[in-house]
Design a binder for this molecule. Structure first.
Ligand code: 5GP
Length: 113
């Protein structure tokens, strides 16, 4: 059965796309931890990191730094970025289609408090 990110990839559910190529899609998280919070997903369905083949890993890892730089360019106030992925329900994964959070950080975002 298609998960919610499969439906976003297929365009059945709308999203604010940040980047797309043949292998990956990046779109804004519906619940922004900070402005610009983006999710990167491989288009090939893999539940989480435990299912990655080398090709999927390569596509995602090659995209992350480029995407991080592109997001940073959108706002001069971005001074850092958290990049993370929850893998498995016990780790807090709520959508069972692998995704990477890119969360821009700002000097005054108070998230470390
Ligand atoms: P997880 O908790 O699995 O690491 O992250 C899932 C993320 O997907 C959450 O941050 C949540 O806000 C986001 N999310 C869930 N449903 C949707 C949706 O329909 N559209 C978008 N853009 N993000 C979603």
């Amino acid at each position: 059965m298609a998960d919610i990110f499969d439906k976003i990839i297929e365009g059945e559910i709308p999203s604010y796309k940040v980047y797309e190529d043949a292998d990956v899609l990046a779109f804004l998280d519906i619940s922004q931890v900070t402005p610009g919070h983006t999710l990167l997903v491989p288009k090939k369905h893999v539940d989480n990191i435990f299912d990655y083949d080398d090709e999927t890993a390569q596509k995602v890892l090659l995209t992350l730094p480029k995407l991080a730089r592109a997001i940073r360019k959108t706002n001069p106030k971005i001074t850092g970025m958290n990049i993370s992925s929850n893998n498995g329900e016990s780790a807090g994964q709520t959508v069972m289609h692998s995704h990477w959070h890119l969360i821009p950080r700002f000097d005054d975002d108070h998230l470390n408090e």
